[in-house]
Design a protein around this ligand. Sequence first.
Ligand code: PEP
Length: 255
Amino acid sequence: MSLPLVVGNWKMNTLVWQARELARGIRQHIELHHFDRSVRIVLCPPFVNLTAVAEELAGSSIDVGAQNCWTEPYGAFTGEISAAMLRAIGCRYVLIGHSERRTLFHENDAMIAEKLLRAWEAELVPILCIGETLQQRQLNQTWNVVENQLRGILSCQERSKKWVCAYEPVWAIGTGIAAEAEQIKEVHEFIRLLLNGRGCSHVPILYGGSITPENASVIFSVQNVSGGLVGGASLRVESFVAIIEAAAHAYRTRS
Ligand code: PEP
């Protein structure tokens, strides 16, 4: 069984000195308690803090990821950052299609498919975020939404490369209302079947949406949950490390 993966999405938070402090604090705890032996950890700070965080994590087992990249490899795209630029400063992962990008910045599935290709070309591991809105869930559209969001990647030649799927119900992101274990179980099972049916049994499926130290153990014990994408609770050393500890415990119990 592969190690669980816990990803911290810092969103548009942290000044550079705060990013350094947070990364340093997480590293110290992880190394002190040897969690690095049982959990893979990725920190995703804002673009401008990536280099500082990569410096703080140098020589550790914790990887650095970006929160986004652009659809083209280079050129006249003022204000954008390419996947190759991210790789060149030490990133290993990149979030693609986070719900905040889809809703606030109008990213559609075609753009997301391009970004995935750019990530692979740059040898980054894309973390593709998918999930339904509250209205879609209430209309029983969760299955269609998730399947449609995966359609691009599952019909793409590169799907056998390394990537991660993050199921993040939009209604659970930043709301303090995580999905129930039963809801997570049925959607993860559905995604697992879709992925396995298209040669993607190697792809881990993370859950994201209001994970806290209090609910992490229950979430990580759900079948087919390979780890978590954590927003708010990744901004404090204590809460993030407690979530990592829960992932380590779930891994040890399962294996
Ligand atoms: C996220 O940003 O992907 C996320 C899951 O945020 P939060 O944990 O704050 O809900």
